[in-house]
Ligand binder design. Structure first.
Ligand SMILES: N[C@@H](CCC(=O)N[C@@H](CS)C(=O)NCC(=O)O)C(=O)O
Ligand SMILES: [Fe+2]
Length: 371
């Protein structure tokens, strides 16, 4: 049984529809907003009921139609846990499965193109998103990408699948449609026969132009392509404060700024707190207790240099959003555009009482790691 493969020429993106032949329950991978009519027509033509929309990552080159499809068809939305797509109903972890009829799709965490990127296995097929492309791979120069992580995802996760597995990529820029694990293992120009060091050097030297729609696409994709939601204003705009620092931002907005390379995240918790509870990949650790003398602190100096060099904002994170305000004020005194991240890493227990859910970085489906 094969997936239905659909192509969006404007972004060279593949969308896939998988379905159970007897129940007609269907799942769609990486749907594109401009192609929603085509996709709805495809579902009608095959007599399918859409039960899942699934993203391989938060795309930088097109906007997803997942939110709209969910509204129109009643499908549930799923996205990788580490992508910060807070609106997705299911935040997928490695090895999770999604069922549609009697069929099931298995998630593999394959970081590298972005930190949260996943691939999905269905029967003898793998949908690789932008992790593995035909005779290529996704770039690693934005959205917390990492060439070293990508090397391991390719060689240890995807190339561990049977050679006969059909590879269905997220894009192809040269008119090809699919490949196999065996073929890519043997001939992929970026990775076949290469050491991790060779691969990292090659990826670091690519210097690709940035995707045309990245500034518009990433923020939209963090809300499943839908901009209005309950927290809309708070989510996507900084909130002005009484003074002393530039403003308050939601964890989602802070993450969006980080992904777009517009902000440096400084974590002011202690090393012990971070090790115990978890940390945000890419954050600069400068514990609050070091701040009085902070202009002398080499880690802080690095963060400041980075921020100042790129005209970047500083976004400050602590446990519950108290120390980060003090740090934002101190950073403002030092001449930086500094914002406090509301409700910190763990969320404010009062917010839980008021809204019935705990806020904070780790309760919004944003990327974080333990150790
Ligand atoms: N020209 C495209 C950019 C394409 C692009 O950068 N694609 C990303 C995937 S989101 C990639 O990883 N490309 C790999 C490559 O070009 O080798 C655009 O402006 O949208
Ligand atoms: Fe991508």
């Amino acid at each position: 049984m094969k997936p239905i493969q659909l192509f969006d020429p404007a972004s060279s993106t593949f969308t896939y529809v998988l379905f159970d032949q007897s129940t007609r329950d269907a799942l769609i991978i990486d749907p594109v907003d401009d192609q929603i009519e085509r996709d709805l027509a495809t579902l009608r033509e095959y007599g399918l009921k859409l039960v899942w929309t699934v993203e391989t990552h938060a795309h930088a080159d097109h906007i997803t139609s997942a939110g709209k499809l969910a509204e129109l068809t009643g499908a549930k939305t799923a996205a990788p846990f580490g992508c910060g797509i807070g609106t997705a109903g299911v935040q997928l972890q490695h090895a999770d499965t999604l069922s549609f009829g009697g069929e099931s799709l298995r998630a593999l965490h394959t970081p590298g193109h972005t930190a949260g990127s996943m691939s999905f296995v269905w029967r003898e097929h793998v949908f690789t998103g932008d992790t593995l492309l035909i005779n290529g791979c996704g770039r690693t120069d934005f959205q917390s990408g990492s060439a070293a992580d990508l090397y391991r995802s390719l060689t240890q996760v995807l190339f561990a699948l049977p050679d006969a597995t059909t590879v269905w990529p997220g894009h192809d820029y040269q008119g090809r449609s699919h490949s196999t694990i065996g073929q890519e293992k043997a001939t992929n120009a970026r990775v076949a026969g290469k050491s991790e060091a060779d691969f990292v050097a090659l990826m670091d030297a690519l210097e690709l132009p940035k995707p045309r729609r990245i500034d518009e696409a990433v923020p939209a994709n963090l809300t499943s392509g839908i901009r209005h939601d309950a927290d809309g204003a708070l989510l996507m705009q900084p909130r002005a404060t009484q003074g002393g620092y530039a403003g308050d931002v939601s964890p989602q907005l802070a993450w969006q700024w980080m992904q777009a390379g517009q902000a440096v995240l400084v974590d002011v918790r202690t090393d012990a707190e971070r090790e115990w509870v978890g940390f945000v990949p890419g954050a600069v650790p400068v514990a609050w207790k070091q701040w009085p003398g902070m202009a002398m602190n080499p880690q802080f100096d690095d963060a400041v240099r980075q921020a100042a060099a790129g005209g970047n904002k500083l976004v400050l994170l602590c446990r519950s959003g108290v120390r980060s305000i003090a740090a934002a004020k101190r950073a403002t005194e030092l001449g930086l555009e500094a914002y406090n991240i509301l409700e910190g890493f763990e969320g404010d227990p009062d917010a839980q009482a008021h809204r019935g859910r705990r806020g904070g970085w780790r309760h919004h489906g944003l990327p974080w790691r333990q150790n």
